[in-house]
Design a protein around this ligand. Structure first.
Ligand code: PMV
Length: 367
């Protein structure tokens, strides 16, 4: 192993995709332990990504830059990014501060799951930089499996755990907080589905999903939703297995509308759907019935609509939306393989290890 040059720290980069939930996670059983009220299943996307770079610094504080704005753990100690870094360091039992930069290649905070890709990328880049290795195998040998990384990511934002895997991913709540699992249910090659994301508004949402999760319990519709979800999850998984888009489509539309109905009837009530959203989804159903639009919608915590369709129909779907909704902006995405961690910058050919694996294993007996 080459010795580490303190003057020029290695820069680690993680690119993590967003994911779109087909059965939504909505509501928490335990806030601190990030224990969801229900099992959820999502499709990891391919092009809508967050890229985060991390490198060790000699400073005694962390620094985070996003969209030309820099904050530090000295000026903003309670920021969720720095709380998450502290959590990762405590899990790894490793010290050391980091310089981080991050960038999304899609609009943030408007229902395209930027917190999912964001916390997945942050978790992976920070872990690689602290451990000193970007290789999944090396991390696994050190006891930091993909499952472990997914659980760390979900502490930042629940849905982020699912972005650590590719394909169709299930987050299972289990019967106690520690029994939660996050697993790739079906590989990306199983079914090439597209997500044509229709951005009707890129205004930032007024209520974060973290706040809205808490409001769900007051909705009279929440308990009936929870009671029906095991059946829906089974139907969705069967439809995915059998590549049955009509059944999948019917279930994801009901699931999204049910989640929004819970949000709108909770306390405080949360409205993410706008008149444009409602007009748009009603148009989708009319056009589908008329045989012009082979796509089914789902909507996360924002006003924008995801149209799920077969990859071979994505062009028809996009063209039809563009023609009829010229004021919208489209992001064409599809099922993806999950995140990547690399070394970037002038040091990229240098031996990345700073800690030997046995040394890390000794430190890291609880990861
Ligand atoms: O991960 P959070 O706390 O931002 O919640 C995600 C909520 C939804 O995106 C609406 C649903 C989901 O399962 O991703």
């Amino acid at each position: 192993m080459t010795s580490h040059n303190q003057e020029q720290p290695v820069v680690f980069s993680a690119t993590a995709p967003s994911n779109i939930a087909l059965v939504k996670y909505w509501g928490k059983r335990n806030i601190q332990l990030q224990w969801p009220a229900n099992d959820s299943i999502s499709m990891t996307l391919s092009s809508s990504n967050t890229t985060t770079t991390a490198c060790r610094t000699e400073n005694n504080f962390d620094r985070f830059t996003m969209a030309n704005k820099t904050i530090t753990s000295l000026t903003n100690p309670d920021d969720k990014v720095f709380r998450h870094l502290n959590f990762i360091r405590s899990q790894l039992n490793l010290a050391g501060h980091l310089d981080l930069t991050t960038q999304n290649n899609f609009p943030t905070g408007c229902g395209i799951a930027s917190s999912a890709s964001g916390f997945a990328a942050l978790t992976l880049a920070a872990t690689a930089a602290l451990v000193g290795n970007p290789s999944w195998d090396a991390l696994e040998m050190a006891g930091v499996t993909r499952q472990t990384l997914a659980h760390w990511a979900r502490q930042g934002s629940g849905s982020a755990g699912r972005s650590v895997f590719g394909g169709f991913v299930q987050w299972t709540a289990g019967d106690h907080p520690e029994a939660q699992t996050i697993t790739e249910e079906l590989a990306p090659d199983h079914w090439n589905l597209s997500d044509v994301i229709v951005v009707l508004s890129d205004a930032q949402k007024h209520v974060s999903s973290s706040e809205a999760h808490l409001a769900a319990w007051a909705s009279p519709l929440f308990k009936p939703r929870l009671a029906g979800l095991p059946d829906r999850l089974a139907t969705v998984k069967k439809a995915l297995n059998e590549r049955d888009l009509a059944t999948l489509g019917r279930e994801i539309e009901v699931d999204a509308l049910e989640m929004h109905a819970v949000a709108m009837t909770g306390s405080p009530a949360v409205h993410y759907l706008t008149p444009d959203t409602l007009n748009f989804i009603s148009w989708v159903r009319t056009e589908r019935r008329a045989g012009h639009l082979p796509a089914w919608f789902t909507i996360d915590a924002g006003p924008n609509v995801h149209l799920i369709c077969r990859a071979e129909d994505a062009k028809i779907v996009a063209t039809h939306v563009e023609k009829n909704w010229p004021q919208s902006r489209l992001i064409q995405d599809q099922i993806g393989r999950g995140p990547q961690i690399t070394i970037v910058g002038p040091d990229k050919n240098r031996e990345p290890l700073r800690f030997s694996i046995p040394e890390l294993l000794e430190n890291n007996n609880h990861a």
